[in-house]
Design a protein around this ligand. Structure first.
Ligand SMILES: Cc1cc2nc3c(=O)[nH]c(=O)nc-3n(C[C@H](O)[C@H](O)[C@H](O)COP(=O)(O)OP(=O)(O)OC[C@H]3O[C@@H](n4cnc5c(N)ncnc54)[C@H](O)[C@@H]3O)c2cc1C
Length: 368
């Protein structure tokens, strides 16, 4: 029996050592199992944060492991794209336990070691089993050709991919992408369309300052180039069943999954409001597309919002979440929230402060 409380306590002690922890982990892993180095990107800076977050999530959920089994299975299937094999999992486990022991100092005991080994065994077996099962029916990644690349402004590109055959995903989910310009570095992007008969996928990418993948996708790739696409991931933003009203609140490229959800809703319409915000009108990079959707569907209300508007466009002034709440569109609705990590955090707080039940607020954890 794993003592989850003891694990959590030990984890918070170890995590208090900050960046030292992933540094030690990867040095140990690459020294003891050099063959694992090729699984990771050349630049390990972003990878370090991910390990600490992932460990924290697993540890804090170990006492309710049943609730995270679907997530772990999805992670296992997803990790096939890194070339992770069942044989690699013990190496990672050994490096992990060595790291925990190192930072626990005198607090490390045989009982804690046994708990960690058992918890890791459970997690890695769930991931590896799901990966093995997936290998029978789906590739680790798909190769997709860029068939269109439109720069909508300096920071934003709308990219159409043709993977050759259909990749299964639900509107609201995201796909991970990798370009050969940034080998082994994968990032999540949300399709802006419901699955199409021809399998093509529209993506909206905003270049983040100093970002490895987003800047390459916005500025460097061209039609004819190929990207690797990993399996679909996430359930936070997928459509909840029901017939009640739906309110979508998006910032920047967070509108992409909302557009996919609108396309899905067209098959079984519900009263829907889409509030989409940007700092200025120039940031509303697909305004015409969304206006056309709203004119085609009488059940869809579309409200573009901006923080500042020197030229008096038709957009509302204010944040999309504040406006949606002020217009009474959130109470009694399923509310979907997507945008930059800061906006989602602020939006959730504002919705909660306005009396919207937590169960009615849907979002995808960004992992940032
Ligand atoms: C589920 C999910 C869906 C996503 N869908 C989309 C999408 O449809 N379109 C899209 O453009 N992006 C989307 N993202 C964000 C995307 O995955 C990348 O995080 C983003 O493109 C930055 O990657 P990068 O490699 O360029 O930056 P990195 O090299 O990873 O980071 C560079 C710097 O930018 C910061 N940073 C990273 N991401 C962001 C961000 N989103 N906003 C502000 N600062 C950031 C980092 O902290 C770091 O300091 C999604 C993320 C998740 C988790």
């Amino acid at each position: 029996m794993i003592d989850a409380e003891r694990l959590k306590k030990n984890w918070s002690l170890v995590a208090s050592h900050g960046d030292q922890v992933p540094l030690y982990f990867y040095s140990t892993l690459f020294l003891t199992h050099p063959e694992t180095r090729d699984l990771f990107p050349m630049n390990m800076a972003a990878q370090r944060d991910k390990l600490v977050n992932a460990l924290g999530a697993v540890v804090s959920n170990v006492d309710t492991i049943d609730a995270v089994v679907p997530t772990l299975q999805a992670l296992g299937r997803d990790h096939r794209k890194f070339g992770a094999l069942r044989g690699h999992y013990p190496a990672v486990g050994e490096a992990l336990v060595a790291t925990l022991e190192h930072f626990s100092g005198p607090h490390w005991t045989p009982a804690i070691a046994a708990d960690w080994t058992a918890a890791y065994g459970l997690v890695s077996a769930t991931m590896a089993d799901a990966a093995d099962a997936a290998a029978h029916y789906t590739p680790a990644w798909w190769d997709a050709e860029i068939v269109a690349h439109e720069r909508r402004d300096l920071e934003t590109a709308v990219i159409t991919l043709d993977p050759g055959n259909r990749i299964d995903y639900l509107p609201g989910q995201s796909l991970s992408l990798c370009t050969s310009l940034r080998p082994r570095v994968w990032r999540q992007y949300s399709p802006a369309n419901a699955p199409r008969a021809d399998g093509t996928i529209e993506l909206h990418v905003r270049a983040v300052d100093g970002g490895q993948v987003s800047t390459a996708l916005v500025s460097l790739v061209r039609p004819g180039d190929h990207l690797r696409v990993g399996p679909a991931f996430g359930t936070g933003l997928t459509l909840r069943p029901g017939r009640g009203p739906v309110t979508m609140i998006a910032g920047g490229t967070g509108v992409a999954p909302m557009k996919a959800l609108v396309e899905q809703l067209a098959a079984a319409p519900r009263p829907t409001s889409l509030y989409w915000g940007a700092r200025s009108p120039a940031g509303l990079y697909c305004l015409d597309q969304l206006r056309a959707l709203a004119s085609a569907h009488d059940w869809l209300e579309f409200v573009p919002c901006v923080d500042e508007d020197l030229f008096g466009s038709e957009s509302r002034l204010g944040s999309p979440v504040e406006l949606a709440v002020a217009h009474g569109r959130c109470s009694g609705a399923d509310v979907y929230l997507c945008g930059p990590p800061g906006m989602v955090e602020t939006g959730r707080k504002h919705l909660a402060g306005s009396g919207i039940r937590a169960e009615a607020i849907h979002f995808e954890p960004t992992g940032e």
